[in-house]
Design a protein around this ligand. Structure first.
Ligand SMILES: [Zn+2]
Length: 414
């Protein structure tokens, strides 16, 4: 195999330059989908794509696509992707490093004149973050045929519909023709994505990168416990039906259940709780709290949810409460392909990089691509696990390692 050099300097400069577009006053980045800043970023990234030897187009979901044709263009392509939109006042690495690594990999392939059978596509997906139309993973969802007509009618803060935003963005995007941009099973051989971890695991355990085993699917619930309101001074403890104490018992059980198996990545969170009527001298009549349970194994997640529901039932019975459990959302966890995990492991071995297998707690474009192809993901360590903030930071050396690992794997599949 020819020796190929991934240029650390070019990668670093690209990250820096892209970070200048939509730069906020506290040095964060704000590039909402299909905005003026997004257009500027699109133009710059398109230029880098061309320099790398990619042909640049847009599909009708607003996805920016660079393609380098293989020797056999009828074969399914190998795709590398992520996003260049950001949350409000976010960081300059989230999404960006995946797209720029993809471009850098193709640049290296082009420079070394590597002959490849399969075409390579580098994609910056439209509105991954959902910070403009409150509806994330739009481009990747569209590409796999999961966008509904009403998704195009979502409006931003200025009442502009996504349809209008797409229609006026240019680059040949026409939301009336989204059907033409849907990819089918068999169109894409593999999908690779590199992303910052957005969590503290890699840094805490001293790894530059990690190989993702899967993306945990969140399930959201609203729990309501109803007891009896009363005077905080006059109702004796033994006669109370206090739903807040009941909720406390349930919440403790959520923690216990999610920590039960130290090897499982299960996480459970109660992020919001409210007591009604909410007076410091009133025993609450009712309590509402949210529940967010995530796991990579659907069965394990469901079992934990079942046990939480049992606990709610038991607590309600012993305390004389009524209860309601409302399911708001449940996303199926997505597994990365064993084939690609092994391939990434092999690349780590070859480059003598020690990389753990980790779970993604956050959603990524790869999640939807998994509907039509095998996915493989690499996580890059980020400082203090911070993301979606101007404080977000990833070291160029770690990004370089991730890019090289990805390169080594991709080269074997094209
Ligand atoms: Zn992201």
């Amino acid at each position: 195999m020819k020796t190929v050099t991934i240029s650390k300097e070019r990668l670093r400069i690209h990250i820096e330059q892209l970070g200048e577009i939509g730069k906020t006053k506290d040095k964060g980045v704000q590039r909402l989908a299909l905005s003026k800043e997004d257009r500027e970023a699109t133009l710059l990234v398109s230029e880098w794509m061309r320099e790398a030897g990619l042909i640049v187009t847009h599909d009708h979901f607003g996805n920016l696509i660079g393609r380098k044709e293989g020797e056999n263009p009828s074969l399914p392509s190998v795709m590398i992707g992520s996003h260049i939109d950001s949350v409000r006042n976010g960081g300059k690495f989230d999404g960006v490093i995946g797209v720029l690594a993809g471009i850098e990999i193709v640049h290296a392939i082009s420079e070394a004149n590597v002959v490849h059978e399969h075409s390579i596509e580098v994609v910056a997906f439209c509105e991954e973050e959902g910070s403009r139309f409150n509806d994330g993973l739009f481009g990747s969802r569209g590409m796999v045929g999961k966008v509904k007509p009403e998704d195009l009618q979502k409006v931003d803060d200025n009442n502009v519909t996504r349809y209008e935003a797409l229609k006026t963005f240019g680059f040949g995007i026409d939301p009336d023709f989204t059907q033409q941009s849907i990819r089918e099973i068999g169109d894409i051989k593999h999908y690779f994505e590199m992303h910052i971890e957005q969590g503290p695991y890699l840094e805490k355990n001293n790894y530059p990168i990690g190989i993702v085993s899967g993306i945990a699917g969140p399930s959201w619930f609203k729990v309501r416990l109803v007891g009896e309101a009363g005077h905080a001074g006059t109702v004796p403890m033994s006669l109370r039906k206090d739903p807040l104490v009941g909720a406390a018992e349930v919440i403790k059980e959520v923690e216990t259940l999610c920590m039960n198996d130290p090897n499982a990545p299960t996480v459970g969170t109660v992020g919001r709780i409210a007591a009604f009527p909410g007076g410091s001298n009133i025993i609450p009549e009712s309590v509402e709290f949210t529940l967010d349970i995530r796991d990579i194994e659907l069965e394990r997640r469901n079992k934990i949810i079942e046990k939480i529901e049992e606990k709610i039932k038991l607590v309600s019975k012993t305390r004389g409460l009524e209860y309601q459990v409302e399911k708001n959302m449940a996303t199926v966890p997505v597994k990365c392909s064993e084939n690609l995990i092994n391939s990434l492991k092999q690349s780590c071995k070859e480059l003598e990089i020690d990389a753990p297998i980790i779970v993604s707690g956050a959603g990524h474009d790869a999640m939807f691509l998994a509907e039509i192809t095998e996915i493989g993901m690499v996580f890059v360590r980020c400082r203090n696990g911070i993301s979606h903030s101007p404080k977000e930071w990833a070291e160029i050396d770690d990004i370089l390692i991730g890019t090289k690992i990805l390169y080594e794997s991709i080269i074997k599949h094209i």
